[in-house]
Write a protein of this length. Structure first.
Length: 423
C-alpha cells in the first residue's frame, strides 16, 4: 500500500527558498565575470570571500511604516508586492550587449559585487589584483548606470501616492533609504511610508456650510505640498490679485471627478487636480464663471469651476469636456446637433466612453470631435495604459457613431427618393 507524501513543513519550504536565492545570487556573480570577459576568475574567488559578497548584498526593496506613523498592513503588503513585481519586471544589461539581469539583481548582486571590489586588496587572495583589474569595465559601467536605474526606485515611490492617496481621506508618500539591520547584520533597502490627513473645513456658500478639503499632494521623499493660487492666474485683477490663496475643493467636486473620470484611481485623479492648479490655464464661460483646465498627462479632459470664497480659491465642481457649459460642448452641439440628454444617453459625459480603440478607427466620427476641440481626448487611451487595463471593445460612443452614419444614410435615401419622383 502506497503512503501519501507528507507536505513539506513551512520551515523546510523556507530553507528551500533560501537555498534557491543563494544559488541565483552566485549564478549572477558568475554571469558578471563572464560578461566582463573573465569567467575563469570566478572559480578563483575563495569561499569565504563569496560569503562576504553574499552577506553585504542589499535586500529587496521593502516598505515600512515610518517612525511615528501607523500605515495599514494591507497597504504595506500591496506596496511590497508592487515593488517586487516592478524590480523583477525591468531588466538591464550586465555589460553593453551582454546578458541581462533584473533590476532587483542589479541592486542586490551588482551593488554587492562593486562594493566588494572597492575594498578588495591585491593581497587578499591569489589573483585578487587580476580579478579587480578585469572587472574594472563592469564597475565603471555599473556606476554609470546606477543613477539611471535608480530612477525606477523613485518611480515606485511615486506610485505609492498615485495608487493609495485620496484627498477625501489621506495622502501617502515614501522616503527611500538604505540602512543596516543590526539584528541580522543585513543592509536593508527601505521605503518608509508616511501619511497625512488633508485639512477639512466648512465654507459658506449661498448661506449654507459646505464641506471642503484643502488641495495638495505629497511627493516622494518630501513633505506634503499645499497648493496656493493667485487670483490673477484666474483672470481676476484687483488690489489683492497677486496674493496667493489656499485652494480647497468641495466634496461635491470630488464626487463629480469620481463619477466622470470613472476609470481613474482616486490618487491619479487627485494628483491631476494638483498639477492642473499648479499651472493654471483659466477662461470664462458664457455666464462669467471661471473654468480652469483639468489635464490628464498634459491632455485637457475637463474643467474645474472655481470661485474665491471666504478668502480661499474654492473648486465648486468638475465638468467633463463634453458637459454643458464648456466651450467644447457648445461646438459639439453645432456639429452634431446633440443636446444634454443625448450626451447622457450616449455616455459622452464619462472618460470610460473614450477608452475604446475603435473610436480612433472611425475617421469621420473622430474628425467631428477634433473640430469641436476634443482631439487630444483620444490620446488618453494610450496615456493611461500603465495605470489601468480598462478597455472597451465597443464603447457607448460607438452607438453615436453608428447613429450618425444611419442618419446620414437615411438623408441620402430621402434625397434619392425625391429625385426619383421628380417629373
Amino acid at each position: 500500500m502506497s503512503h501519501r507524501k507528507k507536505k513539506p513543513s513551512g520551515q523546510k519550504q523556507q530553507a528551500v527558498a533560501t537555498a534557491h536565492k543563494r544559488n541565483e545570487f552566485f549564478r549572477n556573480l558568475y554571469l558578471i565575470c563572464k560578461n566582463a570577459g573573465c569567467p575563469q576568475l570566478y572559480s578563483q574567488i575563495p569561499a569565504d570571500k563569496l560569503e562576504t559578497i553574499y552577506n553585504i548584498r542589499w535586500h529587496s526593496l521593502k516598505p515600512f511604516s515610518a517612525e511615528g506613523y501607523n500605515i495599514p498592513n494591507s497597504i504595506l503588503k500591496e506596496i511590497k508586492f508592487f515593488a517586487s513585481y516592478r524590480l523583477k519586471e525591468i531588466s538591464t544589461p550586465i555589460m553593453p550587449g551582454g546578458d541581462n539581469y533584473t533590476l532587483e539583481e542589479f541592486f542586490t548582486v551588482g551593488i554587492a559585487f562593486t562594493s566588494f571590489l572597492v575594498g578588495l586588496k591585491d593581497d587578499d587572495f591569489p589573483l585578487a589584483a587580476e580579478l579587480k583589474k578585469a572587472l574594472t569595465c563592469f564597475s565603471d559601467y555599473h556606476h554609470a548606470q546606477y543613477q539611471i536605474l535608480y530612477q525606477h526606485i523613485n518611480e515606485i515611490n511615486g506610485f505609492v501616492g498615485l495608487l493609495y492617496s485620496d484627498l477625501n481621506s489621506c495622502l501617502y508618500w515614501g522616503k527611500h533609504e538604505s540602512r543596516i539591520d543590526n539584528d541580522r547584520l543585513a543592509l536593508l533597502n527601505c521605503l518608509d511610508i508616511y501619511s497625512c490627513i488633508p485639512e477639512k473645513r466648512h465654507i459658506t456658500i449661498d448661506g449654507k456650510p459646505r464641506p471642503a478639503t484643502r488641495v495638495g499632494w505629497a511627493f516622494p521623499n518630501t513633505c506634503p505640498n499645499w497648493l496656493k493660487v493667485k487670483p490673477s492666474d484666474m483672470g481676476i485683477n484687483n488690489a489683492f490679485s497677486e496674493m496667493p490663496l489656499e485652494v480647497f475643493i468641495q466634496a461635491h467636486a470630488l464626487q463629480r471627478i469620481s463619477e466622470r473620470l470613472d476609470i481613474l484611481p482616486a490618487g491619479l485623479a487627485h494628483n491631476n487636480i494638483f498639477h492642473s492648479l499648479h499651472d493654471v490655464k483659466a477662461l470664462k464661460d458664457f455666464n462669467g464663471n471661471t473654468l480652469i483646465e483639468y489635464r490628464i498627462a498634459g491632455i485637457k479632459a475637463g474643467y474645474l469651476r472655481a470661485d474665491i470664497v471666504d478668502g480661499v480659491v474654492l473648486i465648486r465642481t468638475f465638468l467633463f469636456l463634453t458637459h454643458e457649459g464648456t466651450p467644447e460642448s457648445e461646438k459639439l452641439k453645432e456639429l452634431l446637433g446633440i443636446q444634454k440628454m443625448d450626451t447622457s444617453y450616449f455616455s459622452l459625459d464619462k472618460l470610460s466612453t473614450f477608452m475604446s480603440s475603435d473610436l480612433n478607427n472611425d475617421e469621420k466620427f473622430k474628425n467631428i470631435f477634433i473640430k469641436a476641440g476634443f482631439g487630444r481626448l483620444f490620446e488618453i487611451y494610450d496615456a493611461l495604459s500603465m495605470f489601468t487595463d480598462f478597455r472597451q471593445d465597443e464603447s457607448p460612443a460607438m452607438k453615436l457613431a453608428y447613429y450618425l452614419r444611419l442618419q446620414e444614410k437615411l438623408q441620402q435615401d430621402d434625397a434619392l427618393a425625391n429625385n426619383i419622383v421628380k417629373p
